[in-house]
Design a protein around this ligand. Structure first.
Ligand SMILES: Nc1ncnc2c1ncn2[C@@H]1O[C@H](COP(=O)(O)OP(=O)(O)O)[C@@H](O)[C@H]1O
Ligand SMILES: [Mg+2]
Length: 195
């Protein structure tokens, strides 16, 4: 029996391995302060908690930021968008853009471009997406992961997942793509940790 096989057959090794993993995780999270926020997950216990988290994103956003909302039907993408709008200082009612594709709100701190591309499978060219992405506002795209090559290079993806055991709970994960996306997620997690 070689040394590794001996170790594997030994319960002590299993325990050692577990604590090694814990050690690795701890060092990864404390070694670089910001890395903790790079791929962050947030547990929203109810709709209000989702909105509060999104509110902070609305406050943290800068002109030209793009947020892609990924999640099944009813996951909470529109709910999240409502929170963002409030964070931007928009008091108007936010309606789901499922049929209109794009809705623009100019009442807040930044123009808010709210899109839902669920129904669009072709003809992205006609939407003039780049004008929004590179514009002076915050663009939020429900089902944006469908855009493929029409996605901008830099964005923050917010992935919302339902909890199979709790109808009111959502797991919200931040997956930044690019520098602006990372900056926004770091700012959001800082705001959230100070909140
Ligand atoms: N924690 C939660 N976060 C967001 N929505 C929630 C939550 N718990 C329950 N809900 C409900 O889930 C539904 C989400 O709908 P919506 O935001 O329109 O989803 P989507 O735009 O992803 O299709 C709403 O009816 C909302 O009340
Ligand atoms: Mg929706």
């Amino acid at each position: 029996m070689d040394f590794l096989a001996f170790c594997r057959s030994n319960k002590f090794y299993v325990r050692l391995q577990q604590s090694y993993f814990e050690f690795l995780q701890k060092t990864r999270y404390t070694a670089k302060r910001e890395s903790k926020w790079r791929n962050m997950m947030y547990e929203a216990k109810d709709e209000e908690a989702t909105k509060q988290f999104a509110f902070l994103l609305g406050q943290a956003a800068k002109a030209g930021d793009v947020v892609v909302l990924t999640g099944d039907l009813g996951a909470g993408k529109t709910t999240f968008s409502k929170g963002i709008a409030e964070g931007l200082g928009i008091t108007q009612m936010i309606k789901s853009p499922t049929y209109t594709i794009i809705r623009e709100y100019t009442q807040g701190r930044l123009p808010f471009y709210h899109m839902d591309v669920y129904r669009i499978t072709t003809g992205y060219d006609d939407l003039g997406l780049d004008d929004y992405f590179e514009g002076d506002g915050l663009t939020v795209v429900e089902w944006g992961n469908q855009l493929g090559k029409w996605l901008p290079e830099d964005y923050l993806e917010v992935i919302i997942k339902k909890d199979p055991n709790d109808v009111a709970k959502r797991i919200i994960a931040l997956a930044p793509h690019g520098e602006k996306g990372s900056a926004l997620s770091v700012k959001l997690m800082k705001a959230w940790s100070e909140n």
